[in-house]
Design a protein around this ligand. Sequence first.
Ligand code: BGC
Length: 886
Amino acid sequence: MKSLALLLPCLLATFTLAHQQHSVRRPFSHHARALGIKPTGATNGTTAAGTVAHRAAQPNGTNSATPLDSPASSKNGTPSTPKVSGNGTSLRGSSGSNTTLNTTTTTTSSTTAGIVPVTSPTGATWPNPKPISGDGGWTAAFAKANAFVAKLTIDEKVNLTTGVDTIGRCLSNTGRVTRLNFDGFCFEDSPAGVRDTDYNSVFPSAMNVAATWDKNLMLERGAAMGAEFRGKGVNVALGPMMNLARNAAAGRNWEGGGADPFLSGVHASQNIQGIQSQGVIACAKHYALNEQEHFRGGGGKEAYSSNVDDRTFHEDQLWPFAESVKAGVGSVMCAYNRVNQTSACENRHLLNDILKEELDFQGFVLSDATAIISLYASVMNGADVNMLGFVAYGDPDEGNPATANNSYWGLQLGDAVRNGTIPESRFDDMVTRLMAAYYQFGQDKGFPAVNFDYATEETSVNGTIVNEHVNVQGDHYKLIREIGAASTILLKNTNKTLPMDFGKVKNLAILGSDAGPNPDGPNSCKDRGCDRGTLALGWGSGTANFPYLVTPYEAIQTYVHGKQPDTIIQSVFDDFDYAAVDQTASQADTCMVFANANSGEGYITVDTNAGDRNVSVEHPSDISSFYFDNQERSGFDESNLTLWHGGDDLILITASQCANTIVVLHTVGAVLVEPWYDHPNVTAIVYAGLPGQESGNALLDVLIGTVNPSGRLPYTIAKNRSDYPSGILYTVSDTSSDYIPQIDYTEKLNIDYRHFDSANIEPRYEFGFGMSYTNFSYSGLSVKMLATASSLASDQGTTQPGGITSLYADAVTVSFTVKNTGAYDGNEVAQLYLGFPASAHEPPRVLRGFERQLIKKGQSAKFSISLRVKDRYINLGHPKSGLGHS
Ligand code: BGC
């Protein structure tokens, strides 16, 4: 049976246009609030809604929730790399259990590199994962790759598929094929700019560009980043990151496109198209369900298992990856964690059944750094390239993967091919997929050589030049400033406080360390692993070195002084010097108080926050019983979502003295604003996210009205921490070393706003919310159904990269007119939410379209949002997933 029958159309869908930039917050019902819903013809023209009939649903399988289980589990007899120990090294098998079914274990004598985990599977063998086919415009690249691979020896193929350890100029490199003058591949982070080098830009975070809801800005940012990666000689840019902000406190949320699958999918697709337009291969990461830092694993460390049902996976977490494959992404990074008990990099269901078969992915699967912890299970279940190539950090002694015996692949991969354990056809497909991506993006023609060294800032080492200091910034600072301003979200603006006429300000107080510089410089903490000075990026591998960082204080002071030199501008950067704050605020007629909240990747701990934002210790009584309903989940605690450095107190003290207090926040995601958001003296709240190197300038543009704010929240800001549908697993009751922490996606489809909506919880600021300096009214909604039902039926489930071809056909066009009725030109972000009939068992509303347009004051603009077939279907399953598979 083809997948076609598994697609369940909605019988009756309600389209809701949400527009969420009211100039005054009004109390209206949660549904209306969360989704901006107003009945058609609402007096202020906020939204318009329409009801559209769809073709009949398929009778079966509407809401089944089959566990997404991998046939690679050792329960099923999969050969796996068993636990091997010696020399203090402990390696884990593929299944998460310590059973070693159908395997034999050989522990060889240790070398200087440590343990050599040689395994030779016996018993059942696995069929090859689906090889590259050349679909979707990859034919020529596939042919060139085939021709190249045909010339290679086994050792040369090993060199291209196994990383060279930490040796090499990029953070990860494959080996070379010296005989053919092929230099191998350079893999380098990050989703915010080229990491580990200089003369590069630091872009606003992905979370910020998602907050613009502007597809062009997402594309332009990708293209600018791609140009920088290319200029540095990077073949594969390790981004975008597209794990969803499922947990408000998850450390790496800011690296991705927010909490909604559709928004995140648009961001991923645009970013990839931008990066790859420059001939750089993008990498969709981390596949899949890598949505918290605690217990994430890596290098053989115990990794949690994210457990999800197939429908949730397809409709939520897989969505951005599917959009990435549709966008033609050249590589996908398999994650550290397990999915339904099986390591993501050994998970046949994820890598083969879904990615290579269902989504018809043509590129290569690259492992996260040291995420590969087996030979046979990873190779035969679908991993193609092993980054960084070695067993674990700490033994970097082997620059030639074909002879590397400190790798799960390397030498033993070559041996396994030579002795027939791994079929040469599979091995060839691994290299062919890698080389096809190389040709697909034209890297065989004039691609620059690597010109930096990730490990050192020195120009030369032992007389060899390792850093050419190539300046790749171009004029990207302009785009960075534009995105910074476009992503700024105005949450409160009483009495038209903003935009501000600084000409009327006599005494300005700028308060909080987040307004000023890190006293040691913006790059003083490795991988930005601290929280000093203004926050413009989180920490971890998702960062890059700042060329400079314009602080808010610097930008505001320069502007105000230039305009009116006798204005008093006083600052207090010590967050805890309450006497100085009190004194300064009491003298001022206008106060700007800055605060932040930070997070990052788990290999760095900042102020006891191990990647994810901390467990709350201050308010244990707030811990919701919701998280204790199940002993297995007793480690789910409530995250501390409050501002850092006593930000709440800083704001309250300022507001107690200053009748015009403007709060500016730089945060990695949602923070709780309850203690002060409705304080009468808090006249404006500006949510600036992580804006990158032009932070202060971008903020200034919004404050003074050069840019009318149009940023919209890419996640929900709750009133209480316990209002969110899931939490971080911080601790586990079973502390034995081989216990696998379990994370169940019990919220199913109800991620973020969908949970607030279905549980009828009123948020403080809803997903999609953000204000403008002007007002907009909506009219003339028209919904046009396109003739796609027949095309869906007629293609019989043929696939292209991205999945079944007809899923991507246009299905519905929704058009309407928006008028700017206020006093400022401004961008409006129209959001289209789809409501399914009750029988579909969907959340009340799901985002399925948006469009941002600049509308001059007094003028109107036509908006037109297209929904694809895919956007109005549920259960986007696959025959092999089990859904309706009968
Ligand atoms: C991260 C990846 C990153 C890689 C290389 C890993 O720890 O999870 O996102 O690309 O390191 O730095």
